[in-house]
Design a binder for this molecule. Sequence first.
Ligand code: NDP
Length: 251
Amino acid sequence: IPADFQATTTELKDKVILITGAGDGIGKAAAICFAKHGAEVILLGKTTKKLEAVYDEIMALSPEFDIKEPAIIPLDMKGASKQNYIDMATTIEQTFGRLDGLLHNASALGSIMSFEQFPEDMYQEVMQVNVNAQFIMTQALLPVLKKSPSASIVFTSSSVGRKGRAFWAPYAISKFATEGMMQVLADEYDNTKMRFNSLNPGATATNMRRKAYPAEDPTTLKQPHEIMPTYLYLMSDQSKDISGQALTINR
Ligand code: NDP
C-alpha cells in the first residue's frame, strides 16, 4: 500500500462489504476493521456462534465508533448450492441495494501430506470450498456488485498460490486457481467500476496457521489486526485504480 495511506474513521462510510470466513482469524479482524471505518458488514461463515460473537464485538464498539448493525449469513461453503448464493444475492439487493466490497477469505487447508497419499475426498472438499464455491458465489453476486459505484473484490491467496510447494496439494492448487479466477475477472471487467485483486496475507497467527505449523510459536507471527491497513486500503476508494494485481503483505 502507498506509504502515505491514511485511513479516516469514515474511510468505508456508505460501503456494504461481505466477508467470507468472518467468524475467525483474518476474516474476523477484517470484519471488525471495516465496521470501525463505517462499513455495513455482512458476516458469512460456517459456525453461527462465531459469527454471533463477532456481531457482538462489533456492536460493542458503539458509540465510540459509528457502527452499523452487521448482517449474519451462516453458510457452509462445502455444501452450499448455487440457489443458496442466488438467494443470498437477492437478499443483499433487497436489503442494501448494492454490494461495494467482497472479501473472499474463507478457505479450507486440508492436510499437509504427500501428493501420492492425498485422499481424493479431501482434495474435492478443499477445491469445493476454495474454488468452486468462490466461483458460484462470485457469479451470483456480480449483478449486485455492478450496482455499486465502485466495487472491490479481493481474493485471498497464499505464498503457495504463487509458487507450488511439496506436500501442499490441494491447498496450493486451489490458490493458483484463485489467482486465475482473479485474473480472468480483472481482464473481463477491465475499465468498469469493479476491480479484482488477490492478496497473500503472509504468515499470520490464526487457527489455520497453527494447523499447518503446529510447532511454531504464534507470538513470533503477525497478528490478524496488524495486517488490516492493506485490507482497508483495498476496500477503500483510494485503491480504485488497482485491478488485476497479485499483492503480498510483506512485514
Ligand atoms: P482461519 O482458519 O482462522 O479462518 C478461516 C475462516 O474460514 C473461518 O472463519 C472458517 O469458519 C471459515 N471457513 C472455513 N471453511 C468454511 C466453509 N466450508 N464455509 C464457510 N466458512 C468456512 O484461517 P485464516 O484466518 O488464517 O485464513 C484466512 C485466509 O487467509 C484463508 O484464505 C487462508 O488461506 C489465507 N492465508 C492465511 C495465512 C495465515 O498464515 N494465516 C497465510 C496465507 C493465506 P469456522 O471458523 O466456522 O470454521
